[in-house]
Design a protein around this ligand. Structure first.
Ligand code: ZN
Ligand code: ZN
Ligand code: ZN
Length: 94
């Protein structure tokens, strides 16, 4: 499908018809066009809050991670981190 006369830059890429931004890949345009639709593609599994960017969702998930209580089944002591609980469990294994 190679055309003679070298590569043409003209019409190379995908144009966003909302803001005129050009993207080399169709998926990049698709990803970008989401910001015009108001639809947020990344949803939190826990509270269903939606985020535009994956990084925002990731940052948000930290909240759930920290508020989640890890309770010791032996003495009911609770820990904010799973690692702390695991470390604590050693006292019951003696
Ligand atoms: Zn756009
Ligand atoms: Zn959430
Ligand atoms: Zn315990």
């Amino acid at each position: 499908m190679a055309r003679a006369g070298g590569p043409t830059v003209k019409e190379n890429g995908f144009l966003c018809d909302m803001c005129g931004k050009r993207f080399a890949q169709k998926w990049k345009l698709k990803r970008h066009s989401v910001c015009h639709s108001g639809l947020k593609p990344h949803a939190c599994d826990i509270c269903n809050k939606r985020f535009l960017r994956k990084d925002d969702l990731k940052a948000h998930l930290q909240i759930h991670e920290e508020s989640k209580a890890h309770v010791c089944e032996k003495c009911n002591k609770d820990f904010s981190r799973k690692k702390d609980l695991q470390r604590h469990m050693v006292v019951h294994t003696k």
